[in-house]
Write a protein that binds this ligand. Structure first.
Ligand code: 6CS
Ligand code: FE
Length: 285
């Protein structure tokens, strides 16, 4: 299959986006998603629902079987849980969130098709030093390491605690989704064992990031628990460390179009495990 978005070669190379941003019909509900690459929703979940999901997160974190499972990523500094992957499979409560029409219907509208979950995770981001995620495009990883051919994938980040302007919130470069930045440097074997803590392969250069930030600016997303941000798979985004006492816990769900099923990785020696990159394409019912 032709590789429309070359990356992880000897040098960094940019490619204009060759895919639509909005695959479905435009609608007022989707606001400026096509232009900006993101859409914020002030109250996706009610306060009561937030408390339910927060209690479920607390239960998962306290479960030794979860902590000892490869789906749990542990913060090397504090030894606290940083992320738990595939929450929609290990938790019936989070499975309900994936099927919630307020969530899955928006994904279908953006992607213009039936959708399945490529990846889900909760980022706990406890206070007092939880690490952030350096600048990256998710699609760059999902193309290089998971074999997603086209940009027909969308993430939703739902705040389970208040996302303040101080506790390591999501930052996106608006409209950066229109250019694909192919990164320099080959993917090491078993890269995911490190990249889910701190990404190395697939990291843009400082000069490329400077150019993009000067062109697009940087938007920090804040909002109360229950608010949400939808963002296109190719937005350049990242988040800072959280040294405040206030945890920034979010649940992320990544929907992929059933028309965009993964093939072999475009720039990695082996596939990543299915708890990070699903390979059963059962449409969310
Ligand atoms: O590698 C991945 O799939 C994950 N890593 C980051 C930093 N964002 C996207 C995704 O969840
Ligand atoms: Fe990301």
């Amino acid at each position: 299959m032709t590789d429309l978005y070359p990356t992880r070669g000897a040098v960094e190379v940019t490619t204009p986006r060759r895919d639509p941003v909005l695959w479905g019909e435009p609608s007022a509900e989707l606001g400026d998603f096509e232009r900006d690459g993101f859409l914020t929703v002030d109250e996706l979940l009610t306060r009561t629902e937030v408390l339910t999901y927060r209690a479920e997160l607390k239960r998962l974190i306290a479960d030794p079987a979860v902590r000892n499972n490869e789906r749990a990523i542990i913060e090397s500094s504090s030894q606290e849980i940083r992320s738990i992957f595939e929450v929609h499979r290990i938790s019936e409560v989070f499975a309900r969130l994936v099927r919630d029409p307020r969530v899955v219907d928006t994904a279908r509208r953006i992607l213009g098709s039936d959708v399945y979950v490529h990846q889900s995770r909760v980022n706990v981001k406890p206070g007092f030093g939880a690490g952030g995620f350096y600048w990256h495009s998710d699609f760059e990883t999902w193309h290089a390491e998971d074999g997603l051919p086209r940009m027909r994938t969308v993430s939703v980040s739902i705040a389970l605690t208040e996302n303040r302007d101080t506790n390591g919130g999501l930052m996106i470069m608006p409209s950066s989704h229109r250019t694909f930045l192919g990164c320099a440097g080959a993917t090491p074997k078993d890269n995911y064992k490190r990249s889910l803590r701190m990404q190395e392969a697939g990291t843009p250069s400082a000069s490329a990031l400077t150019e993009m930030a000067l062109e697009h600016g940087i938007k920090l997303f804040t909002g109360p628990a229950g608010s949400a941000t939808w963002f296109d798979c190719n937005c350049m985004h990242g988040s800072g460390d959280n040294i405040t006492p206030f945890p920034r816990s979010n649940v992320f769900i990544v929907f992929n179009s059933v028309e965009n099923q993964p093939v072999e990785p475009f720039a990695a020696p082996v596939r990543r495990p299915e708890f990070i990159a699903a390979r059963d394409f059962l449409p969310v019912g």
